[in-house]
Write a protein of this length. Structure first.
Length: 303
């Protein structure tokens, strides 16, 4: 090796030796641009990176521990939209069996790409309560796909949407016949029950004591002994025994609603005693038909 080459090689080695300590000095003297807060990369369990569609929910799990001590977050991640594709949802803190706490943050895909695409879960920072350190959660990428290929919505493509098939027509005549039959059956049932109800009330009304007596009086004259006997039998059925002038108290005790007509009823029994056991009715006897009609009205109100 010539002297000229040896001199050049020595100069290169001297320059390298000089550059190494100079570089270390520059790094040591460079100012810290992160301020006083020490940001550390968090231990994160990321979700799977593939096979997501709109509506899917996935989670990030962040270990809340630094240098063997529990990390106390100053604030939790807000629930908000994150970019075009994602929304940050609820969070929760879980403790594993080994006693370590994990922060679980849920994300949901809220948009659908037209073709399979990569979606970035952005990096974010979790400050501590002490303010001396923070956790940095790195960016993560997942793949999202549309529910249906974009070509499916093209009517020109052989794989595109086909026109709607018209619904098959059905005959409604059997349905109309069934509706008519069951409607008629329901109406007949209602009319049957209504008729029975009216007939029962009518029969009950006819068999009530004063109603029956009034019906028996219709073909008779007011002075006919048969008419007076019909009203006597009505009083007997109401009292539950043969009623006479001496036993009228029992009648009014069992049927106190008849008390407003007490004077007329007493007059009836006085004139009836004269008709059957005395000299006969007075010249102007009372109208027992009118009395029976008044008694029937009271009877109706208390049926």
């Amino acid at each position: 090796m010539t002297s000229t080459k040896r001199s050049a090689l020595a100069g290169i080695l001297s320059a390298i030796a000089f550059a190494i300590p100079a570089t270390g000095t520059v790094l040591a003297a460079a100012p810290d641009s992160r301020s006083a807060t020490l940001t550390r990369m968090a231990v994160v369990e990321q979700p799977r990176a593939f096979s997501y569609v709109i509506g899917d929910v996935f989670s990030q799990r962040i270990l809340l521990q630094i240098d063997g001590k529990r990390f106390e977050p100053a604030t939790m991640p807000p629930t908000e939209r994150v970019g075009v594709w994602l929304e940050r949802r609820a969070f929760s803190v879980e403790t594993n069996l080994d006693g370590r706490d994990w922060l679980t943050v849920d994300y949901q895909i809220i948009n659908s790409p037209q073709q399979p695409a990569w979606v970035s879960v952005p990096a974010w920072r979790l400050p501590s309560k002490s303010g001396s350190d923070a956790l940095r959660i790195g960016e993560w990428r997942i793949s999202a796909s549309p529910l249906s290929p974009f070509e499916s919505f093209s009517t020109d493509s052989p794989k595109g949407l086909r026109p709607d098939r018209p619904a098959p027509g059905i005959s409604t005549k059997p349905i109309q016949r069934q509706v008519a039959f069951w409607s008629g059956a329901s109406l007949l049932t209602v009319l049957t029950w209504l008729s029975w109800f009216v007939w029962r009330n009518f029969q009950t009304s006819r068999e009530r004591p004063f109603g029956r007596a009034l019906r028996e009086m219709r073909p008779l004259d007011d002075k006919s002994p048969l008419a007076w006997r019909a009203l006597h039998r009505a009083f007997d059925r109401v009292a539950g025994q043969v009623t006479q002038t001496a036993t009228l108290a029992i009648l009014f005790e069992k049927a106190p609603q008849l008390s407003p007509l007490q004077s007329k009823i007493e007059t009836f029994f006085e004139q009836s005693s004269a008709l059957f056991f005395g000299e006969g009715l007075p010249p102007n006897p009372m109208s027992i038909r009118k009395l029976c009609a008044e008694l029937r009205r009271i009877e109706k109100r208390h049926e």
